[in-house]
Design a protein around this ligand. Structure first.
Ligand SMILES: Nc1nc2c(ncn2[C@@H]2O[C@H](COP(=O)(O)OP(=O)(O)OP(=O)(O)O)[C@@H](O)[C@H]2O)c(=O)[nH]1
Ligand SMILES: [Mg+2]
Length: 351
């Protein structure tokens, strides 16, 4: 016989659009019932002020933020199937699904900056965004001017915005140095075609990978330069792909310039890239290491991949330095906060 679940006073609602990297589900109700709902969902009690990554039943893992005695926010992955499964699970364990409404209505958000945190957590691409967003109400409270007008905050915000919209890293280098193999190793699956023929990658191939909680778009490009008479010149299809690569290279936040001992590196000036945007990466290092590489890899060495984790860590640090993550100044992370004095953003009442 099916055991009946005691209904709780708790209610839940989706506070973000479906389909972002991370969804935001608000839960509210009497304190004891919010306690009980989270215990049923995660298997542990999450006290007011508590935050942690928890199992959301058997559906997913996500951040659970107990924003107050009467409210909590869950951030499962944003795909519709996951979100709907979590919503259904909440209903089945005693909560009632509330209708969608404007942000901050009736529960978790107590100020504009908090409402913006909830909205932004729902569409941020990077799981790491949640921790940095949760720190914002306190950072805004401690700042006494207009964060948007402060040059330090503006520079910081430009970097932290990469937690919302994934930054772009583009892999470039001579043909056949192992660029596609490197992309495959980075995303731990075959996302790009690899072959011993020079010119295998005829169009650029892109994937979004997560490095230490930061979502990064990585694009692999066709070889940009050839050496040796045995290698034919690019055909028209490939020439147009190479020309198209120029566009993504120009947009790149970071250019991963690959080179091996046999072919060396491309001169950044030849592709119009400032060296400050370049990370030089030795590839096929099991066959020898070219001079002056900042990181050394052998993604498809017979003995197994080497240096790929270190490359990933360097990419993350170049795109989002540790100093930016630790910076105590506020982040202007939402258009509604631009030009706003911090006192207005943290004041109670949501417009
Ligand atoms: N020994 C060794 N071989 C590798 C390594 N990485 C790639 N290769 C081999 O090098 C060849 C070229 O690899 P790709 O990854 O296709 O090189 P690419 O730079 O993407 O080539 P294009 O797309 O043609 O520009 C393939 O035969 C790979 O198996 C490595 O770390 N060590
Ligand atoms: Mg390739």
């Amino acid at each position: 016989m099916e055991r009946r679940v005691r209904r709780l006073s708790a209610r839940h609602r989706l506070a973000s659009a479906l389909g972002g990297g991370v969804a935001c589900i608000e839960v509210s109700g009497e304190p004891a019932d919010v306690d009980e709902l989270l215990r049923r969902l995660c298997g542990v009690i999450v006290r007011p002020g508590g935050v942690g990554v928890r199992h959301l039943g058997e559906v997913d893992r996500g951040c659970v933020l107990r924003t107050g005695a009467r409210a909590a926010v869950l951030t499962p992955h944003g795909g519709p199937a996951v979100v709907l499964a979590v919503m259904r699970l909440l209903s089945s364990i005693g909560s009632e699904q509330a209708g969608d409404g404007p942000l901050g209505e009736g529960s978790a958000a107590a100020s504009l900056v908090e409402a913006c945190v909830l909205e932004t957590a729902g569409r941020a691409a990077s799981p790491l965004a949640v921790d940095v967003l949760m720190a914002q109400p306190e950072r805004w409270r401690r700042f006494d001017t207009v964060p948007g007008d402060d040059p330090g905050c503006a520079a910081l915000s430009g970097l932290l915005d990469r937690l919302i919209d994934p930054p772009l890293a583009v892999i470039v280098g001579p043909a056949n140095v192992g660029k596609s193999s490197l992309l495959n190793a980075l995303c731990r699956r075959t996302a790009a075609i690899v072959s011993p023929e020079a010119g295998t990658t005829r169009d650029h191939v892109g994937v979004t990978i997560e490095i230490e909680g930061l979502a990064v778009r990585v694009i692999d490009t066709p070889g940009l330069e050839r050496r040796g008479d045995a290698v034919p010149m690019p055909d028209p299809v490939e020439r147009s792909a190479i020309a198209a690569s120029a566009g993504v290279i120009a947009e790149a936040d970071l250019v991963i310039s690959c080179g091996d001992l046999q072919h060396g590196f491309i001169d950044p000036a030849a592709i119009g890239v400032d060296p400050s945007r370049v990370l030089t990466c030795a590839t096929r290092a099991d066959l020898g290491v070219p001079a002056s590489a900042q990181v050394i890899t052998a993604a498809a060495a017979p003995a197994g991949p080497q240096g790929v984790e270190e490359l990933a860590a360097q990419v993350r640090r170049r795109l989002l330095p540790d100093a930016a993550l630790a910076d105590p100044r506020p982040w202007v992370f939402h258009p509604a906060l631009r030009g706003l004095p911090s006192a207005a953003a943290v004041g109670s009442g949501v417009e």
